[in-house]
Ligand binder design. Structure first.
Ligand code: F6R
Length: 276
């Protein structure tokens, strides 16, 4: 797990954008896993800018979102589909049929979840999964005590998460109690994972995810078992990490160097392709 600590949420979004751009530019077809919620919004804004300045091309990109509220149709103003449409989809050249989303109104939820997993597999798996983290350490909507190898399914939201999400709704009573979510096992199958965390309210969750034991009490701690995870957080979200200085050293001395040599390799491959 590579920990990148940036000064604030704007710097987090800019850094995360570079990672997304580098990965997307590596491949002509790309499967991108997306999260809703407040945290990735600035990254999505950067991605829209990236598209406008022609650094990013979404024509060969497939997206899979992590989750959707049970009971809300895609065109409901508070559905995650509407959220993603508003903050990303409608601004870039994604093909409509390449946007994959869990449906909150599916008649057979179990089959629908299995089909979602199949679609991911058929496209060769998720190349890069973007994640946020809940205050209780959830990823997707896998709340504490979720199985660390769970697959896509329907789950109940915990009271704290309902409270955290009520600002998206008119009243707390409007927040659906159930969600469809990719499982932790589904998330761990992604080839690369990029988790963003900003603000002091995420500091405990970030510390448990990175420095705590791997436990279903903190679902994000399962990411310790994945070989390609980058956590980009601001100083406030990193405040409770005991080994902050070590992560900064590793970032400067190891990670940066690896990223640069990886980019040189990609560049070399592109040159070879051009010369051929
Ligand atoms: C949303 C999702 C959630 C959020 C998490 C943090 O699709 O999967 O895990 O990433 O609840 O939400 P924000 O970013 O609103 O603090």
């Amino acid at each position: 797990m590579l920990i990148v600590i940036q000064s604030d949420k704007i710097a987090v979004a800019r850094y995360a954008y570079q990672l997304v751009r580098n990965r997307m530019q590596d491949q002509s077809t790309f499967v991108l896993g997306l999260a809703a919620g407040t945290t990735p919004l600035l990254l999505y804004r950067e991605m829209i800018m990236g598209f406008k300045i022609k650094e990013l091309d979404f024509s060969g990109v497939h997206t899979f979102n992590l989750d959707e509220y049970v009971g809300l149709p895609p065109d409901h103003p508070q559905s995650y589909y509407s959220f993603m449409r508003k903050y990303l989809f409608k601004h870039v050249n994604l093909e409509k049929e390449n946007i994959h989303f869990l449906s909150g109104i599916s008649k057979d939820m179990e089959k629908h979840c299995q089909d979602y997993e199949k679609q991911i597999k058929q496209l060769g798996g998720i190349d890069l999964q973007i994640l946020g983290i809940g205050r209780n350490g959830h990823i997707g909507f896998n709340e504490p005590v979720s199985s660390l190898c769970s697959r896509t399914m329907v789950r109940a939201l915990m009271p704290g998460t309902i409270d955290d999400n009520k600002h998206f709704f008119y009243r707390e009573g409007d927040v659906p109690r159930w969600v469809l979510t990719m499982g932790i096992g589904t998330i761990l199958d992604a080839k690369n994972i990029l988790l963003l965390a900003t603000g002091p309210q995420k500091a405990n969750a970030v510390a448990s995810m990175v420095e705590g034991p791997v436990t279903s009490m903190c679902p994000a701690s399962a990411l310790q078992m994945h070989p390609e995870v980058t956590v980009v957080c601001d100083e406030a979200a990193a405040a409770k990490l005991k080994q902050r200085e070590l992560y900064k050293w590793l970032f400067e001395n190891d990670y940066q160097v690896r990223e640069q040599s990886r980019m040189k390799l990609v560049h070399k491959k592109t040159l070879v392709r051009v010369n051929e």
